[in-house]
Design a protein around this ligand. Structure first.
Ligand code: ZN
Length: 167
């Protein structure tokens, strides 16, 4: 409930009444206006200075960027051919560290393409990691044993409490 006073007359409005009144006010405040392009835009606030229609907005925006996926063309070169000591293209050209050696053209067999590495499953990857860790642990243990032996040998060679006897 809300009490509004106007010109000394007090009237009681229920909240729903107030809302209805506000809605009708808002509706009467919305008018049709014309965009620069001539398109009529409905439901524009009366006090708006100008209006722009959806088409003009769309025209003003840059078009969405569409990424074109690059398609790799098989040109006969394999990855890393530039760094290989010798790479023989299937057309007979011979490259040495990326530089063509014309003297050897058509004299060698083309370099076979590299086999793609098989992607391991999660289980296989985990197993591989486990093996790696075990190997490392073994290596560490061996190293420690060698160090211990060395220390023992050193301890044997150093004879304490004897240096004064020599002099
Ligand atoms: Zn327009």
């Amino acid at each position: 409930m809300k009490v509004t006073k106007r010109k000394g007359v007090s009237k009681v409005y229920s909240t729903s009444d107030l809302k209805k009144r506000e809605d009708s006010l808002a509706k009467s405040d919305l008018v049709k206006k014309t965009c620069n392009c001539g398109r009529v835009v409905e439901r524009v606030k009366r006090d708006a200075e100008w209006v722009i229609c959806w088409e003009c907005v769309a025209r003003a925006c840059p078009p969405p960027i569409v990424k074109v996926k690059e398609v790799k063309v098989d040109d006969g070169f394999i990855t890393g051919w530039r760094w290989m000591k010798q790479f023989v293209h299937r057309d007979g050209r011979v490259f040495e560290k990326g530089i063509e050696n014309e003297k050897l053209k058509n004299t060698l067999d083309p370099t076979p393409p590299k086999e793609k590495k098989k992607r391991l499953s999660r289980f296989e990857r985990e197993e591989k990691e486990k093996l790696k860790q075990e190997k490392l642990a073994k290596k560490y243990k061996k190293k420690q044993e060698v160090l211990k032996k060395k220390e023992k040998k050193l301890a044997k060679n150093i004879k304490p409490n004897k240096f004064w006897e020599a002099s």
